[in-house]
Write a protein that binds this ligand. Sequence first.
Ligand SMILES: Nc1ncnc2c1ncn2[C@@H]1O[C@H](COP(=O)(O)OP(=O)(O)OP(=O)(O)O)[C@@H](O)[C@H]1O
Ligand SMILES: [Mg+2]
Length: 403
Amino acid sequence: MQTISLRLSKPHPAQAVVLAEARRFNVLVAGRRFGKSRFGIRLAADKLLAGHPVAWCSPTYKMLGELWREIVETLKCVTKVKNESEHRLELITGGVLDMWSLDAPDSIRGRHYARVIVDEAAMVVDLMDVWNLILRATLIDLEGDVFFLSTPKGRNAFMAMYEQGVSAAYEDWAGWQFPTAANPYILESEITSMRQTMPARAYEQEIEARFIDEVSGALWKLALIDAYRVVKAPELARVVVAIDPAVTANPDSDETGIIAGGLGHDDHGYVLADASGTYSPAEWAHKAVAQYDSLHADRIVAEVNNGGDLVRANLQAVRASVAYRAVHASRGKVVRAEPIAALYEQGRIHHVGRFPDLETQMTTWSPVDDKHSPDRVDALVWLMSELVLRRVKPGPALGRTAA
Ligand SMILES: Nc1ncnc2c1ncn2[C@@H]1O[C@H](COP(=O)(O)OP(=O)(O)OP(=O)(O)O)[C@@H](O)[C@H]1O
Ligand SMILES: [Mg+2]
């Protein structure tokens, strides 16, 4: 008997996580050079070597061509028939690989696969239709699975797919998000150099694998935040931690926004930290007090519309002596946010370093389309309202009367 060995890369740790956690419908969001295609080839090979039919889908004919060459090379010692014009490989195991370009997806109708790989899915035109109307049916007969692999391209259908992947409501779906840096074969110095040279939004999308968008109605533009970003805060006259507490804490509940910042002697506001997350009330109180301590803050402010005295009780349970002020939202969120956006436009607010989650929310929330502002933005608005807008202007000295 003849033994043939095939050289497939051993999955790196992040790829191994996906392999271990995969379900039937899988969405992998990852930065450029993460190893998406290499991983896809591995996934295809696993089924092909077991004798099953597999489809590889690329968004365009050109991208298909590049992967075809790589796959042909990888599988050449187990290939029985290679059909160059149809991009089809028949292996000695009985496995058959069809490679399709999704700029003409209709040709796939009527096929049956044990696995479908969609590489760079975010670039597929009409991705949801291609999936629902064409690809899904190819998985019925063999109870096949599917892997969508891609770097994000704005907040498009691929994002909706990823949200489905991570939602507890879709049991058959799984989703993951990894930055380029999760590939141990990429030099750290490359990542650092890209962070320094790429536009911030491009870096966020391509390397950090975040879903971003320049939303037309957004109150903030990343270019504006970038323009006044600083690496170090000056000496600060006052430091505040602002909290926008979530009402309940379960995996689908809102985040609690916790943003800390200071007021400089130049009367400019400086964003110092973002400790927001999905927390229980006890957790957010601990997080906020930890920020309060580490920044030697003067005060914590928190919106109490949702929790009343609970917010104070929560904070005091962690630290009885905490300096705290409740703030009430008497005006709408947009009305409160606009003056803060104006301060940014005047160059009076500076981010000390980068806050990707906060900045993504700032630049993607469009008050016109969505009255419900995101939690980090709410906390930021409270913070800067307290620090910069509510700043007590030096009045006439006591004991002196106007002449
Ligand atoms: N498991 C692995 N073992 C060894 N090298 C790997 C592994 N996974 C990825 N690589 C290497 O990392 C690099 C990027 O891999 P690949 O082209 O698959 O990434 P990609 O995410 O598809 O990139 P792109 O965004 O350019 O399409 C390649 O040099 C590849 O050889
Ligand atoms: Mg690739």
